[in-house]
Ligand binder design. Structure first.
Ligand SMILES: O=P(O)(O)OC[C@H]1O[C@H](O[C@H]2O[C@H](CO)[C@@H](O)[C@H](O)[C@H]2O)[C@H](O)[C@@H](O)[C@@H]1O
Length: 257
């Protein structure tokens, strides 16, 4: 991964952004800093203001692991498209499939109650997001041990889900549900944008980074560890600079500066 604000990274960004570029962002860990309680995230006001400005210049889409209603509550602006549940909720034309995903998750929830009757006592919080489930263990006294227990319980679910580990969370996703990569590809068609810049920080964002499409520029928050993203940021606070930079580049492509 090339650091986005290195000379090479800035060159990649400058050459990439044009008037056909869609701007897509993940929410937790990207637009908002990670906090211990999922309900208490905050998109900083400066980030909200820049997103509103960018959305007037080019299509801005948010593709989050959160449920749509929850994401709306925290975003503070209305993007061109908002897709939830890692791609499984809110994609135009996929409404009927969503009902099936919700039914499947309710079944898994019942199975989990039997497989882990003392989940909350071990510091596990089950977030039922409708089309997917997130099993959080950030606040467990021994997160590693709890994580192993979770993986074991998930392996016993019927039918088996797609399991995506995240930041102190195990995400449970129905097989066949559209992922973030599919969501972004569909929204590019939907908006008529031939290019997309996507910023994300977590394992489910790798579904975009791994698309291997040179019309999609993947930027990961975090330069450490392995990722298939093209570029990276050292930390989440740099999202402000990213937004400033792409607003300037977009204005230039429209000859407005
Ligand atoms: O795809 P995203 O928008 O990044 O959403 C991913 C998950 O984010 C939330 O959980 C994560 O952030 C919490 C708040 O900072 C943190 O407490 C938790 O440990 C993280 O895993 C959200 O609760 C999930 O529903 C999303 O799937």
């Amino acid at each position: 991964m090339t650091y986005l604000f290195s000379y090479a990274g800035r060159t990649i960004l400058r050459r990439f952004v044009d008037r056909a570029t869609l701007f897509a962002f993940d929410l937790d860990g990207t637009l908002a800093p990670i906090v211990a309680d999922p309900d208490r995230i905050q998109v900083p006001q400066g980030v909200q203001e820049r997103l509103i400005r960018l959305n007037l210049l080019a299509p801005v889409v948010i593709i989050t692991g959160r449920a749509l209603a929850d994401a709306r509550k925290h975003l503070g602006f209305t993007p061109c498209y908002l897709v939830g549940n890692h791609g499984a909720e809110g994609l135009p034309g996929r409404e009927q499939q969503e009902e099936e995903f919700c039914r499947q998750c309710s079944e898994w929830l019942e199975q989990l109650k039997i497989l882990m009757p003392h989940a909350s006592g071990c510091g596990i919080f089950i977030e039922n997001k409708g089309a997917t489930l997130s099993l959080h263990y950030r606040n467990a006294s021994d997160p590693n041990a709890v994580s192993r227990k979770l993986v074991q319980a998930i392996s016993r679910l019927k039918p088996p889900p797609r399991r995506i580990p995240g930041k102190y969370v195990e995400n449970i996703v129905p097989y066949g549900a559209p992922h973030k990569g599919e969501a972004l590809s569909q929204l590019m068609l939907q908006t008529g944008c031939s290019k997309a810049l996507f910023v994300g920080d977590d394992a489910t964002d790798e579904d975009v980074f791994s698309l291997a499409n040179d019309r999609i520029l993947g930027v990961r928050v975090g330069c450490e560890g392995s990722s298939l993203a093209d570029c990276c940021l050292f930390n989440q606070r740099e999202i402000l600079d990213v937004l400033d930079e792409i607003i300037q580049l977009t204005l230039k492509t429209k000859d407005l500066v």
